[in-house]
Design a protein around this ligand. Sequence first.
Ligand code: PMP
Length: 438
Amino acid sequence: MTDANDDLFARARAVTPGGVNSPVRAYGSVGGTPRFMSSARGPYITDAAGREYVDLVASWGPALLGHAHPEVVEAVRTAASRGLSFGAPTGAEVDLADLIADRVSVGAAHPVERVRLVSTGTEATMTAIRLARGFTGRDLLVKFAGHYHGHSDGLLAAAGSGVATLALPGSAGVPAPIAAQTLVLPYNDLDAVREAFAVHGDRIAAVIVEAAAANMGVVAPLPGFNAGLAAIAHAAGALLIIDEVLTGFRVHPAGFWGLQVEGGEDYTPDLFTFGKVVGGGMPLAALGGRADVMDFLAPVGPVYQAGTLSGNPLSVAAGIATLRLATPEVYERVDAAASAVATALSGSLEIAGVTHAVPRAGSLFGVVFLPEAPDDYATALTQESWRYPPFFHAMLDAGVSLPPSVFEAWFLTAAHDEDALARVLAALPAAARAAAEA
Ligand code: PMP
């Protein structure tokens, strides 16, 4: 029997490569027909056939407050009534930049002195690495295997997210000389970083790292890893770019950096990239950091970056409303909801006899079919990943929408109330049994 999702997928495949506008949405690694969504509210999302799911994707992170929060929607509606795009600066952009800079501070540490708004996380990281190269006058970049920083040419080598899901080494279409400018190192291995700097130190512009890896499954940095990166990079005159596109404003008011610094780790990234939550579900991302580095951007400095829709008034309105509503209580609710699901997930898999771990990084978590949470990508790849598709589909059939890949994090929101959580918990035992039988 086909339903509206099948019909739409057939039409979509005829007009769009793979039927989707971003690869992981195609259910390639879990199989079946992707659900075409028609609306979402709070913790729920409804597909084209009218079926409602508890949503644990949250648009891949942005929906920290839950979908269609009335005050965020109202802010966007008000902004829309005043004009969709001006191609000129607005006061609201200044408000959002101030909000970002103010929030990313812990005690006396206030590392975001300047902010530039862009439209996607890809643009934010692409600009950050161009800026680091322009500032240092060096070409090489260090990234970590399994980390995803968007799809700009130099950052696709050994990337996570869809690149990991599709088991691609990188991407076709990236010229070899560009790929050769990126040194890919194993995550959580400071010795490998020291070695790379010993050989190429005077040619490395920057190290870019996910604040906590969440695109190869969730893999937290080992204690001291991010601080070690800062020390090694700075000793060699290179910059540290902390990619908080996924973690920023999601795991803590000041991002994963804030969580770490509050927990006693002391390090100062030169540049940060933000996305997802900062745009409240609208296309908006940002980079920020040291004033002397950021002022290398045009029009003050020689590094070019621009965007017709940068600082779009609707996106900025959604971002401001979301950040203002994201109070400490919101983070407490998200943490509690994440803990409830993570604990139940582990318990169900345990009872079903499935070898697994549920790695955490703040409120982010995921499932990995290994006896212990991995510290790096090579280990993450050795898991019994075939257990995920039947698990995923059992949850979907029971009305819970999970990320359609084992290499992605699960996202809770402040709107996941007892009813929504009860539906997730009720679905887990049968899904765990399906994973056991795979
Ligand atoms: N960096 C990280 C850590 C991400 O998780 C993502 C997207 N998932 C990106 C960058 C790219 O952001 P976008 O999809 O908005 O281009």
